[in-house]
Design a protein around this ligand. Structure first.
Ligand SMILES: Nc1ncnc2c1ncn2[C@@H]1O[C@H](COP(=O)(O)OP(=O)(O)OP(=O)(O)O)[C@@H](O)[C@H]1O
Ligand SMILES: [Mg+2]
Length: 358
């Protein structure tokens, strides 16, 4: 059975985890300063960047408003950043709101009717908008018009309201949850991928420059490898390593300082933290690599079932360390090797032959 990617892996932990992808309070405070301001500064995402560049250039050349843009991808990959870049590149103001903030269609009508021509409306977590608001948005996106309903029951009347042309930028961690009629109304959809280590090194060098931190190339590589493909995590780890370098070394972020600092914070070379390793270790040591049921595995690590399933597993699956099979959780040979053990020659129990190919 194919694994459904789950991008919401870190939403349940309140951002307390050093390698959690959701923004915590400290992130929010520094992120504004670290956000790239234009497409040229935006690292990686080559395809999305090139496509978006064309969309925006063409719109500018026509002297018009850019098509509506949908950005999808895991937390911390740069959706909010890109929405601000879109506005900056168009020389347009940006209005920021989110799906959960729009409870009633009236809330949306109020926002839409106050937009100025060419303005960018950023709708974060667009998959969490209420149904009536969503339907109002369809018409607004397509015809730049909304029907404001006045009154109730049989006497209710719809008053049409013209809107100035605007660009909607929607962001979602779950593109699959968007109703097709909504998805179809975006002229351009950009899917954000996880970043390669070399791209994260560039993000880190840029951030170190802005924060006034001295960092060697090796230091950047060490942090990048532990950042789970996510710029937000890379920037957060950089701040922790900077602290360590200040207090225990000469302030320079070297490979050694980074490795030692992140060992203190229990983030290993591959970006696994204490919980991730506890899950793998239980799976290997107590259950011979599985298969074992989720409930049993959760008891063995002393965590809630949901914590194991939603917090630890998505990254382990993504890294190819753990597989979810109909018979239970199974460790891959890579998991054994990651924890410094030899994978067993024979499959842990019968019937697993062929699970990982020849
Ligand atoms: N391509 C990039 N180049 C440089 N820095 C980046 C890039 N993408 C993201 N960042 C940094 O990562 C941080 C998080 O990015 P951002 O807030 O845009 O993520 P997001 O996709 O909106 O996350 P969420 O789903 O949690 O809202 C920003 O502070 C920004 O500095
Ligand atoms: Mg965001």
């Amino acid at each position: 059975m194919p694994q459904q990617p789950s991008w919401d892996e870190d939403t349940s932990e309140g951002g307390e985890r050093l390698v959690g992808a959701a923004a915590d309070g400290e992130d929010l405070a520094v992120e504004a300063a670290l956000r790239p301001k234009d497409l040229g500064e935006f690292v990686g995402q080559t395809r999305v960047r090139e496509q978006l560049d064309l969309v925006l250039r063409a719109a500018r050349a026509r002297g018009g408003t850019a098509d509506h843009v949908l950005l999808s991808g895991a937390p911390g990959l740069g959706k909010t950043t890109l929405s601000m870049i879109i506005a900056a590149e168009m020389g347009a103001p940006i209005r920021i709101t989110s799906g959960p903030a729009i409870q009633h269609a009236g809330d949306l009508a109020a926002i839409l009717s106050s937009l100025t021509e060419g303005e960018v409306l950023f709708l974060d977590e667009i998959h969490r908008m209420s149904r009536p608001a969503e339907e109002m948005l369809y018409m607004a996106m397509e015809d730049f018009r909304v029907d404001v309903i006045v009154g109730k029951g049989p006497g209710a009347t719809a008053i049409p309201l013209e809107l100035p042309p605007f660009t909607l930028v929607g962001a979602t961690t779950r593109a699959g949850l968007l109703p097709p009629p909504l998805r179809d109304r975006f002229g351009f959809t950009g899917h954000m991928e996880f970043y390669a280590p070399t791209e994260l090194e560039r993000v880190l060098h840029r951030s170190a420059g802005l924060l006034g931190v001295h960092m060697t190339d090796e230091g950047a590589a060490e942090i990048a490898g532990r950042s789970r493909g996510t710029p937000r995590i890379a920037n957060r780890l950089l701040r922790r390593v900077r602290d360590y370098a200040q207090v225990r070394a000469d302030g320079v972020v070297t490979q050694e300082a980074a490795a030692r600092a992140l060992a203190v914070y229990e983030v290993d070379e591959r970006g696994l933290d204490r919980l991730d390793r506890a899950v793998l270790l239980a799976l290997l040591k107590l259950f011979g690599g599985g298969p074992v049921g989720l409930a049993t595995l959760a008891v063995a690590v002393g965590e809630e079932r949901e914590t194991v399933e939603e917090v630890a597993e998505p990254f382990l699956v993504r890294e190819g360390l753990l597989a979810r099979t109909p018979r239970g959780r199974v460790a891959t040979p890579a998991a054994w090797r990651h924890l410094g053990m030899e994978p067993p020659q024979q499959p842990a129990s019968g019937g697993q032959e062929g699970l990982f190919g020849p």
